[in-house]
Design a protein around this ligand. Structure first.
Ligand code: ADP
Ligand code: ZN
Length: 722
């Protein structure tokens, strides 16, 4: 039989290894070439992948169906995919799928229609028609909407002029998906502190791989300062990737970017339309780069000329993707920067303990902005001891909190009430028989959302109407709400401050990004007196008029028992009180707590972040936690509890014994059941130098594989311990 030309193709699916395909027209394809290839009776996207070809009977091989008319993926991007897959134990094809997201709506770039004057005059002339022809008289071709806007007429007037022969449609190239920002457009006047940090940052683009931690208190102007590094990379003709943890932040960010650089950056997150994403993706594939601002998925974009990566709010847990491919976008950004040989800037007012420790270890360079910019001063922060100032029964705000808020509002300023709990009440029970509403699918109480009149599970989405009668004892009107959520705080605000303008900022109250951006803009413009919000308000927003911040329950995070509870609590509280006093004058942060002597509370009240980091780093070093050691979680789940537990035990028994590597568990997870699946966890602890992914791969390859409803997931560097 004659020899046929074959290539290895990695499909964007759940496989780790490339498959061999026939090239129908012979020849070869460069690694990274994008193709469509059949698998079973489906056609999948994939890429020609460097590596071994599997030995398959040549007669059974299938042919590649299509070759995409695009330059091949960059070899550094291929290395990145391989690296991430190896490290996270996620199949290569699944990581490739994140790279090929933009291909889903791939279509040839369509030209756009534009209209220009032919010189002929229509038989019937009207004032509207005259305006259009006057506007189009310069010989330029106008997009229809722009021409109508400029001439202040409706689009039908233009259609009429085309029919009449006075305008003609011509094809013009579509506007570029990405525009080059102008690095010299509007540089800010930097303070001396800012200047010295900016000077260092400006030297980074073009000088190879490095990691800098921009560690500056809230309001110190970190964005303005790292924009200087962005400007430098852009001036060198390179692309820049800026990661933000929360798409709610992008609105204000895009405006600031435009003010500094005269152009808007490309936007990449789940709320951008697939068509727009496809355009950006294609522009990058074709080497027409720019600046991209995006969520963690932007990390997998096919940049060809990357010059800098910025990870803003680098401490944020939203960078950890917890489903399907489990990876940490901040850590993988550092990896991509290393492979691309470019600098990465991690920015935060409350850096992760890992990043601070990496600075101490000399791996990262720490750049500090210790003061707020300009007139702005840090708020005066106090813990309100709830044992001394108990709220009235059925209420949740203490006297000092109410006073601080009303004082701010009376001065025409804004207040913020922070409670990281959506809905009305976290628990509903029957006052007569004690029945509690829990989720049939999860180990969790149902949360009352009074606004929607529903009880909702925040883990699986199970919901039903709030019943009139207790489902257990049938008593009428016997249900009581226990504890507060933001909706209940809003109710108290409405009672205490009649006539006040308040708004709730919570992900479920603003389902679309547009509504959320409008709400944020209204707050910025001062159209709201009080903001009541969940963690969404703790993230980097700049609210100029806000001078009083109240944390309703400062103890929520401290109750958690995982190794990161203190760090997470510190970050949230510090970020929330940091929303106050961004424009000078006195401002206040009040934290309601039953534990005013907790080290986290003390560090925040005394504004002694250094003491906090020093003690957390010491604890991590002692416990051999990251970055002083390595941790991985193995999560086993299944439909039957007994079967799941025995499988988790079998996995534990099959662990290879290696000195200094501890396998702990299995233990039933704190969230023992999610979506009807029982969950058990194992924890693996190893020294820093140890190659944990290779160890895990070897172990799991030899361990019994999950059967039936059983599933096994590996979480390297876990952030959540639930
Ligand atoms: P951070 O990100 O450190 O919390 P921001 O970058 O949001 O701080 O800056 C806080 C506020 O101060 C913003 O409104 C910003 O525009 C303003 N600001 C900071 N530095 C300057 C500067 N050099 N010139 C003008 N405004 C500045
Ligand atoms: Zn549930």
């Amino acid at each position: 039989m004659e020899e046929r030309a074959t290539v290895p193709v990695l499909l964007a699916s759940l496989f780790d290894q490339p498959f061999t395909y026939v090239l129908p027209d012979g020849g070869t394809l460069a690694p990274g070439t994008l193709v469509a290839a059949p698998l079973g009776n489906r056609l999948l996207a994939g890429a020609v992948w460097p590596g071994d070809i599997d030995r398959v009977d040549p007669a059974k091989l299938k042919s590649i169906a299509d070759i995409l008319p695009l330059p091949p993926l960059d070899e550094r991007l291929i290395s990145f995919v391989n690296w991430v897959a190896d490290y996270t134990l996620v199949p290569r094809g699944q990581i490739l799928r994140m790279v090929l997201r933009g291909v889903e709506n791939f279509e040839p770039e369509a030209a756009m229609l534009a209209y220009r004057a032919t010189g002929a005059l229509p038989e019937r002339m009207t004032p509207s028609r005259e305006k259009v022809l006057a506007t189009a008289s310069g010989g330029m071709a106008w997009p229809k909407a722009a021409l109508a806007r400029e001439a202040q007429v409706t689009a039908s007037v233009i259609d009429g002029l085309v029919t009449a022969g006075a305008l003609e449609a011509v094809e013009v190239p579509a506007p570029p998906a990405l525009t080059r920002p102008d690095p010299t457009h509007e540089p800010p006047a930097l303070s001396p502190d800012q200047q010295s940090v900016a000077a260092t940052l400006r030297t980074l683009p073009g000088a190879g791989f490095s990691v800098s931690l921009l560690d500056g208190v809230t309001g110190s102007g970190k964005t303005e300062v790292y924009f200087e590094a962005v400007a430098e990379a852009v001036a060198q003709g390179r692309s820049v990737l800026i990661l933000l943890p929360e798409i709610a932040l992008t609105g204000q960010f895009l405006d600031r970017f435009e003010a500094r650089f005269g152009e808007r950056p490309g936007e990449w997150h789940s709320q951008v339309s697939p068509k727009k994403r496809a355009k950006i993706w294609r522009a990058l594939m074709e080497g027409r780069g720019g600046v991209i601002v995006g969520a963690r998925s932007a990390l997998f974009l096919p940049f060809r000329d990357l010059g800098l990566i910025v990870v803003d709010e680098e401490h944020d847990a939203a960078y950890k993707q917890e489903e399907q491919a489990i990876y940490h976008a901040r850590d993988m950004a550092v990896v991509r920067a290393r492979i691309e040989d470019v600098p990465v800037i991690l920015s935060s007012a409350t850096p992760s303990v890992e990043s601070r420790a990496n600075c101490e270890l000399g791996r990262y360079t720490r750049l500090e902005l210790p003061e707020r910019y300009g007139e702005a001063r840090r708020p005066d922060i106090k813990a309100v001891d709830l044992r001394e100032h108990p709220p009235e029964t059925g209420r949740f705000l203490s006297q000092p909190a109410v006073e601080a808020l009303s004082a701010a509002v009376q001065r025409g300023e804004q207040g913020l009430l922070f409670l990281n709990r959506r809905g009305y009440a976290p628990l509903t029970l029957c006052r007569r028989c004690g029945f509690r509403f829990d989720c049939p699918n999860c180990t969790a109480w149902l949360v009352e959302h009074r606004f929607r009149g529903e009880l909702v599970c925040h883990h699986c989405g199970h919901r039903h109407k709030v019943p009139k009668h207790c489902p257990s004892c049938d008593a009428e009107d016997s249900l009581v709400a226990c504890g507060p959520g933001v909706e209940r705080i809003a109710e108290e605000v409405a009672e205490r401050f009649p006539g006040l303008r308040y708004t709730i900022l919570s992900s479920d109250m603003a389902p679309g990004i547009r509504i959320l951006r409008e709400k944020l803009a209204a707050i910025e413009r001062g159209e709201v007196d009080l903001v009541i919000g969940t963690q969404i308000v703790a993230k980097g927003h700049d609210f100029p008029g806000m001078t009083a911040v109240v944390v309703v329950d400062g103890d929520i995070g401290l109750a958690a028992s995982d190794p990161r509870a203190a760090e997470r609590s510190f970050q949230t509280l510090e970020q929330v009180v940091g929303r106050a006093g961004r424009r000078g004058g006195l401002s206040h942060g009040l934290i309601q707590t039953y534990q005013p002597d907790h080290p986290v509370m003390r560090a925040i009240v005394a504004q002694d972040r250094e003491a906090f980091y020093a003690s957390e780093i010491a604890l991590r070093r002692e416990a051999r936690l990251a970055p002083f050691g390595r941790l991985a979680a193995i999560i086993v789940s299944g439909k039957e509890r007994g079967e799941t537990e025995s499988y988790a035990r079998a996995i534990a028994r099959s662990a290879p014994r290696v000195e200094n590597v501890d396998v702990l568990g299995p233990a039933e997870a704190a969230l023992a059941i999610i979506r009807g699946r029982s969950r058990f966890r194992l924890l693996v602890k190893a020294p820093r130098q140890f190659d944990l992914p290779t160890f895990l791969r070897g172990w799991l390859a030899a361990a019994p594989s999950p059967r039936g409803s059983l599933r096994l997931a590996v979480d390297i560097d876990p952030v959540s311990f639930l």
